[in-house]
Design a protein around this ligand. Structure first.
Ligand SMILES: Nc1ncnc2c1ncn2[C@@H]1O[C@H](COP(=O)(O)OP(=O)(O)OP(=O)(O)O)[C@@H](O)[C@H]1O
Length: 284
């Protein structure tokens, strides 16, 4: 492991926000931390980065890598009135790196941004801002990248291309990458390991494959007009016009789909929801 937390806990006032969390990452690995709002993901990242001190427990770093970390916490920050190259140069200077023009171009191309674009970054799309944030986080060529919700605000194409970039950084440059998200489906396809957080604890951990093969208990049915279905009405479910969640112990899914077909209700999707997503209720 490049770093490993050993039973770290953190409270804010009376509120226990992290409860004895053990979490680490190794070189070349992409690790995801998923959980609802308030689960403690950002607090965990801040403790790993040394931005907060744990009340108990410790963060251990592999000696020679100590704090060789690039991070985006909460959202990427840069000077929105400067262009991307100017931001790279300025942050390079602030971090004490000598960054010449070739290096600026190399870094921007590495994260998929056009080095010739000269307008201020306030004009950039959300995905481009995330990429610029990653470019800045990569300036010191860190061994570890910690990215808090890098996919927030991105469309499916943006998510796909950013996950390809992160996969390249892990597999080609051997970086240890930790990312957080609220959504399982964004991460599970390309992360090596997933830790699910709830109320300050890691409640499930495993490879993406293990988590995907967990038995689905709930299915989400989608269709153009589910409210007019008598079959669904009889089941006493919370039906919305376009979607309804059905637990498989309420009715065998193939029987239900057969009945819906018989009464002429159009179903456009039947999506198994992972048991883990049921565990991820928002924090109170
Ligand atoms: N500085 C602080 N002072 C008081 N409470 C805090 C502080 N920072 C975080 N918290 C509380 O700790 C809990 C966990 O917050 P945290 O930001 O770590 O969650 P999260 O999983 O990252 O949530 P989100 O997905 O919304 O970003 C929340 O209840 C939050 O209000």
């Amino acid at each position: 492991m490049i770093f490993q937390t050993d039973a770290i806990s953190k409270s804010f006032g009376q509120r226990l926000v992290l409860d004895q969390v053990n979490f680490g990452c190794q070189a070349g690995e992409i690790k995801a931390v998923i959980g609802p709002n308030g689960a403690g993901k950002t607090t965990l990242f801040k403790l790993i980065l040394g931005l907060l001190r744990p009340d108990s427990g410790k963060v251990h770093w592999k000696a020679e890598t100590e704090r060789s970390v690039g991070a985006i916490i909460e959202k990427p920050s840069f000077y929105s009135y400067l262009n991307a190259s100017e931001n790279i140069r300025l942050f390079g200077k602030l971090q004490g790196h000598r960054i010449n023009s070739e290096k600026v171009t190399e870094i921007l191309v590495r994260v998929g941004l056009d080095p010739d674009r000269k307008d201020p970054v306030r004009n950039y799309s959300m995905g481009m801002k995330q990429r610029l944030g990653i470019a800045i986080a990569l300036l010191g060529d860190p061994e570890v990248l910690i990215l808090d919700e890098p996919f927030s605000g991105l469309d499916p194409m943006g998510i796909r291309s950013l996950s390809d970039l992160l996969t390249d950084l892990a597999k080609e440059e051997d970086k240890a990458i930790v990312i957080s998200s609220h959504f399982m489906d964004q991460l599970i396809k390309f992360c090596d390991q997933v830790s699910v957080m709830s109320k300050g604890s890691i409640i499930v951990e495993g490879s993406s494959y293990d988590l995907l093969s967990a038995d689905p208990k709930t299915y989400r049915l989608e269709g153009p007009d589910l409210l007019s279905s008598d079959v669904l009405k009889e089941l006493d479910l919370q039906v919305d016009k376009h979607r309804v969640n059905v637990r498989s112990d309420q009715m065998l899914m193939q029987d239900l789909l057969g009945k819906l077909l018989e009464e002429g209700t159009v179903i456009t999707a039947c999506i198994p929801l992972l048991a883990i997503e049921e565990l991820m209720k928002p924090e109170q």
